[in-house]
Design a protein around this ligand. Structure first.
Ligand SMILES: [Zn+2]
Length: 202
């Protein structure tokens, strides 16, 4: 890291600072903007996110993903991730990784620990088909959400689904599904019921 300028903390402030660097409003080189922590594109509050960009922070803790990267001279940039919150200045520990489930997943999980403590015990969606079908069935969705703590649904609590393969990346919210879809390991007690299932390999 060459950037030694004090950056603000908190996802929203960091995102603003990132755009100031990119738009050449600071002494930093615009090309170096990616080295400053910013919201990962596609995640809440970040570029390409279609959830909306409200000028005021949300009234409840809202998870997002921060990242930064810098060139290494090798084929790939070095990347780091940490969880962030759009409502407060909380930031999670730093995780290195290549993204696509490596480093970014851990950071998104930290952010959910901050916003929705206990989310790991939410009822999981257990098949890939149901990831699509349950949110589109009024009765099945009501059944799932009935097992969530009060108020969590409207605060964007995640949908938890058994992952298809190791390091399946968590899916950020979008306008059609205003909550993360978090891909978790199938619990050991449920393995082996269907030994032919690919999940048993992991
Ligand atoms: Zn927060």
């Amino acid at each position: 890291m060459t950037a030694t300028v004090a950056e603000p903390t908190g996802a929203r402030a960091r995102q603003t600072y990132y755009w100031r660097v990119r738009n050449a409003r600071t002494p930093q080189s615009p090309a170096s903007a990616g080295q400053a922590w910013h919201i990962q594109p596609g995640h809440p509050g970040g570029a390409y996110c279609d959830l909306g960009h409200e000028p005021d922070p949300p009234v409840h803790h809202t998870p997002t993903l921060l990242s930064r990267s810098w060139p290494t001279g090798r084929r790939r940039d070095e990347q780091e991730f940490r969880g962030g919150c759009l409502a407060c200045e909380w930031e999670g520990p730093v995780h290195s990784g290549d993204g696509f489930g490596d480093g970014d997943n851990e950071a998104v999980e930290d952010a959910h620990d901050h916003c929705f403590p206990g989310w790991r015990t939410l009822p999981p969606i257990t098949t890939v088909e149901d990831r699509w079908a349950v949110p589109r069935s009024w009765s099945r969705w009501a059944q799932l959400i009935a097992r969530y703590p009060a108020g969590w649904e409207n605060q964007g609590a995640p949908v938890v689904a058994w992952r298809r393969y190791r390091r399946e990346a968590h899916a950020p919210p979008h306008a059609g599904r205003p909550r993360y879809e978090l891909h978790v390991t199938r619990p050991p007690r449920d393995r082996g019921r269907r030994p032919a299932d690919q999940e048993a390999l992991f």
